[in-house]
Design a binder for this molecule. Structure first.
Ligand SMILES: Cc1ncc(COP(=O)(O)O)c(C=O)c1O
Length: 372
């Protein structure tokens, strides 16, 4: 990325040689990203990240198809980049059906099919959930959606938010069958503030960011050359090491789950036990609030998070855990641990020890240990 901040600073949309140098770098990056997705370079639209890609996917497809249908199907466990875009579309007159997952966090293809109406134009289901890591059966969902669209001779655009899956699952757009797919570079060790939207050829799309003719008129604005270059190299590297990283993380994840389950009573693993990303563990500990647990972990040098959005004053209950049928107090007190391939078994053991001690201490402080 470095040369594109300084000596190679040309604008990729300019005619002069410095601009053409940047253009070449952006084109190469587009080819690299397309290769990982098994897509054509022309089907890659660079964006400012996952949020923009999700917003553009939902709104761009819904608006383009509004004459043919104004119904959108999505799920209750999507990231807010999708949920809030769907809400905005509702305010603009679209109808949205929010499908619930099962207790295990999996959205069934049958439930998506049941939500389709003759007016459905867009379906958006994430590839892997950001809180629980639960992996959704996207290929099976797409297969049903497309079969119905073909039978009824209409268009239903299928989008998946693959932001959390990158680096751990295959992003082959033909195997997934999707028309639109969102990625965010910082989720696979790339720079922050850059992402992409894969857009299958001929997908109906009305651009929501308008102005210049960049990205073949699908996303206006001067290209973020250093970010795009950095993302493409990171995506290529993440994909090349995907299986090795997944295998390493799986060992660490299973060690974390086993250690926590063995050491802490009333610990509940949220989400399907195996149908989840290899780097995700999400626990609820009965009678323990997430906030002091997170603070204690931070003091001990462990960077963890709660599944829910933490503000200074309160911890919002997780919409994902609520959608999975958990009561609000449980949805407010989940702990999410995401080991990476660079972590070690010793670090995992340290985390298990630290979490176990903290849970014990917090329960003792609040007098909420279980009475036998
Ligand atoms: C599943 C999912 N979608 C979208 C986003 C938003 O991505 P960005 O922060 O790049 O806008 C995130 C970020 O955490 C995410 O986890």
């Amino acid at each position: 990325m470095q040369p594109f901040f300084a000596e190679r600073f040309g604008n990729a949309s300019s005619i002069y040689s410095l601009g053409q140098d940047a253009r070449q770098a952006v084109d190469q990056a587009r080819q690299r990203c397309a290769a990982v997705l098994n897509a054509r370079p022309s089907e890659i639209v660079f964006t400012s990240g996952g949020t923009e890609s999700d917003n553009a996917a939902l709104m761009g497809a819904a608006i383009a198809l509004r004459e043919r249908g104004n119904h959108i199907v999505t799920t209750r466990i999507e990231h807010h980049a999708v949920l809030n875009a769907a809400e905005l579309l509702e305010k603009l007159g679209f109808d949205v059906t929010y499908v619930s997952p099962g207790r295990d966090g999996v959205v069934s293809p049958e439930a998506i099919e049941a939500a389709l109406t003759p007016a459905t134009s867009v379906v958006s289901v994430m590839l892997a959930n950001n809180e629980t890591g639960v992996i959704q059966p996207i290929a099976a969902i797409t297969e049903r959606v497309k079969r119905i669209a073909t039978e009824q001779r209409r268009t239903i655009v299928m989008h998946t938010d693959a932001v959390q899956a990158a680096g751990y699952l295959s992003l082959d757009v033909d195997a997934l069958g999707v028309d639109l797919l969102s990625l965010s570079a910082h989720k696979f060790n790339g720079p922050k503030g850059v992402g992409l939207l894969y857009m299958r050829r001929n997908t109906p799309f009305a651009p929501t960011q308008v102005g210049g003719a960049q990205e073949r008129d699908r996303r206006a604005g001067t290209e973020n050359t250093p970010g795009i270059v950095g993302m493409s190299v990171a995506l290529e590297a993440a994909d090349a090491s995907r299986e090795a990283s997944a295998a390493k993380c799986l060992v660490l994840r299973d060690r974390l789950v086993a250690g926590i389950t063995e050491r802490i009573e009333d610990a509940h693993l949220n989400g399907h036990p195996t149908r989840r990303l290899p780097n995700n563990v999400n626990f609820t500990f009965a009678r323990v609030e997430a906030e002091p647990l997170l603070m204690g972990l931070d003091l001990a040098g462990v960077a963890a998070s709660s599944g829910s959005a933490c503000t200074a004053a309160s911890l919002e209950p997780s919409h994902v855990l609520i959608a999975m049928g958990n009561p609000v107090d449980q949805a407010r007190s989940s702990l999410r641990l995401t080991p990476g391939p660079e972590n070690t078994e010793e670090e995992v053991d340290y985390v298990v020890d630290t979490v176990a001690e903290l849970v014990l201490r917090l329960r003792a402080m609040t007098g909420r240990s279980r009475r036998r």
